[in-house]
Write a protein of this length. Structure first.
Length: 189
């Protein structure tokens, strides 16, 4: 069993967040290729993700996959995870304790996948991976480089696009920027 699979088993047995544990159908660890050069990080699983145990398979996931593939980035070539590994009841926002409890799991996923580019999707991914001093409306489509060379490019969360369709043009532009960034970083699909 590889380290990522061991981490997945650890996550599936996690009981740190009593409310999430009591309400989850299953944990939602991540999905994609383990040697992906690009990784997307969303907020938390939704209802469909909780049922299937796979991130981004509901309406927002379908939009993410469609937009990604239109930009020439096949879903099977990326890795997708969330800040939280369990669905918050009623699709509420994650709270600080839940984010802190899951933060080591997400950090380990990023370390083990070791992507060249990480795309935080929405406010919670942005805050967790880059910092609370940024707003997604200002940071989307921009790049941030970490000392280890990893590049972060925040994007709007696809659920925000579904709620506010006028953002779709920005979402599409960000994927075009991402494709150019990936080519610049030597990533080929």
């Amino acid at each position: 069993m590889g380290l990522l699979e061991e981490l997945k088993v650890e996550v599936s047995g996690c009981k740190l967040c009593a409310e999430l544990v009591a309400n989850r159908s299953r944990t939602v660890f991540g999905d994609g290729t383990i040697n992906a050069e690009v990784m997307f990080v969303g907020e938390a699983p939704g209802e469909e993700e909780d049922k299937q145990g796979i991130p981004f398979v509901g309406r927002a996931g379908q939009l993410l996959t469609k937009t990604m593939e239109e930009a020439g980035i096949p879903r099977k070539m990326v890795y997708i995870a969330n800040v939280l590994k369990c669905r918050p009841p009623g699709n509420r926002d994650p709270n600080t304790d839940e984010i802190n409890n899951c933060s080591t799991f997400l950090a380990a996923q990023i370390m083990l996948i070791n992507p060249k580019v990480v795309c935080p999707l929405g406010r919670f991914g942005l805050e967790q991976l880059i910092g609370k001093e940024y707003k997604i409306s200002d940071a989307h489509g921009k790049t941030f480089r970490r000392r280890d060379g990893t590049v972060f490019m925040p994007m709007y969360h696809p659920a925000a696009i579904l709620r506010k369709g006028s953002l779709y043009g920005e979402f599409e532009k960000d994927f075009k920027k991402l494709k150019r960034l990936l080519l610049k970083e030597g990533v080929k699909f």
